[in-house]
Design a protein. Sequence first.
Length: 247
Amino acid sequence: MKIAIDAGHGRDGDPGAVNLELLLSEAQAVSVLRELIKEKLVPDFQVFFPDRELLSSQRAREAQENECQVLLSLHLNAGPQGARGCEIWYRTGSEGGKELALSLQGFLSELPLKMRGIKSDDQWFPPSDPGWKGGMGILREFPGPAVVIELLFISDPEEARLLLNPKFLENASLAIVKGLRKFFSLNLPFWDVSSGEVKDALVRLAKMGLIKGYPDGTFHPEKPLTRGEAAILFMRLVNYIQEEGRR
Ligand SMILES: [Zn+2]
């Protein structure tokens, strides 16, 4: 399972949104955040960082070429005075993107941030072109589940200060990782097993109720079976056969 984490901006030294008072840039802050996220995903997941020197639509295609199943693009917002909070964007019509956004929102809402909700990208208009109807390039050019997280408003003095707090960054990265793990466990059972004979067997046995895997959606096919677990498996199998017999 491979996840692309795009840190937005950075191309030609583009700092993204900037808070001049705190001398903080969006490009800088999201770089720190994505390293923290990567640390928590490896080795269960492979993590790919798209090249910051590419345009956003090219970064999406690069992630696809590198066989990433999911893409996250990390950003910070800027807006008029009083604008604050966290919002998550997904590609209009993408069921997977919407589910990923909802799963992330569930954990990000535990942070001390106002939740502005999840948003479909046909509602997005770049400041340079208010008539734009093309959605977000980074979402439109990636076929799988993809989201843009605008974690907070770097233009808001109070929210920007959170970026200087290591505890907040730790909790924010943890929330994103939990959201990803939950998304994988709900949508891709046994995501730590690649497709093949074992995977087919697991999916079938799970449908029959004979095996469950771990709550985080993993199976750990390399782990040995204990005598206790073997007993439970036999019991489930006996029950299954008896119930089938009654039908
Ligand atoms: Zn941005």
